[in-house]
Design a protein around this ligand. Structure first.
Ligand code: SAM
Length: 274
């Protein structure tokens, strides 16, 4: 019997492979290549330029962790959010569940949104909500030119190559700082500390130059390289969680909110050297 597999290459010598039932789509856009697979173990899998973006089975971890943690770190209960990237709608959907009143989502590639509307309707339905404004455009430009203020800014981007390269530097974070309301926060996905220490170093050092307080937290995301993933969060003024009861989700809960900031020594060393 013939078996079909999709593999994400981590290096010349290592890859993660999913046995697939079918490839449902492959499209080359102005920005990147998007593929959609139906896998045996993880349901539908979306990849961009050969790297896993999300699967039906474990998207909840990433989307909860990139939204719920910053939610509890704003001074007052947050009401307005900006998402840069996030064309699948997963981050917007989780924010809607938290009661946000306005969400602006700036995604560079309209095709990611279209693919999500076809294959991840539960996530992309967020874009039908009148509280969500979807802008198809470059988040780097948006950060330079917008003057709206947000309580939470979420950088839900691809890794720092191609269109997302400029979302991991000081110039971009300076623009983001101007968009953050009093004691609001910014968070960025910052890659696997094990396989992509450079992404974490870029996010951490870039934010350190612009913000007063920068903290890194991690989560277990089975289909991302090494399964061990980092997020980097910053604010002007000290970061501390609001004193309120923490909602339990599928991955996130009060213990995770606290524990995700406890970093293994090799990650601490990496940050110290940065
Ligand atoms: N969960 C994902 C991960 O960490 O692998 C990220 C998912 S989301 C699909 C990433 C999105 O960022 C992509 O749709 C990509 O088009 C978008 N993106 C990349 N660079 C961007 C930019 N400069 N402005 C706005 N969106 C951008």
């Amino acid at each position: 019997m013939i078996e079909n597999w999709f593999s994400e290459r981590y290096s010349d010598n290592l890859q993660l492979s999913f046995r697939i039932k079918d490839q449902l789509l492959s499209v080359k856009t102005d920005f990147q290549r998007i593929d959609l697979f139906d896998t045996y173990d993880f349901g539908k899998l979306l990849t961009i330029d050969g790297t896993v973006q999300l699967t039906d089975r474990d998207e909840f971890v990433y989307h909860e962790m990139i939204t719920m943690v910053p939610y509890y770190f704003t001074k007052k209960k947050p009401e307005k959010a900006l998402i840069i990237g996030g064309g699948d709608g997963g981050a917007a959907k989780t924010l809607l569940g938290l009661g946000f009143k306005r969400i602006v989502n700036v995604e560079i590639d309209s095709q990611v949104v279209e693919v999500s509307k076809r294959f991840f309707p539960e996530l992309s339905s967020a874009f039908d909500d009148p509280k969500v404004e979807l802008i198809i455009g470059d988040g780097i430009k948006y950060a330079k030119t917008s003057d709206e203020k947000f309580d939470v800014v979420i950088i839900d981007s691809t890794d720092p190559v191609g269109p997302a390269e400029g979302l991991f530097n000081k110039e971009f974070y300076k623009g983001v700082k101007n968009l953050i309301s009093d004691r609001g926060v910014v968070v960025s996905q910052s890659g696997s500390p094990f396989y992509q220490p450079n992404a974490l170093k870029l996010a951490y050092s870039g934010m350190k130059e612009v913000f007063d307080d920068v903290r890194v937290y991690t989560a277990f995301i089975p289909t991302y390289p090494s399964g061990f993933w980092s997020f980097t969060m910053a604010s002007s003024g000290t970061l501390s969680p609001r004193n309120e009861e923490v909602k339990s989700m599928q991955y996130f809960n009060g213990e995770v909110l606290e524990g995700s900031f406890k970093l293994p020594q090799f990650v601490r060393e990496l940050l110290k050297k940065t």
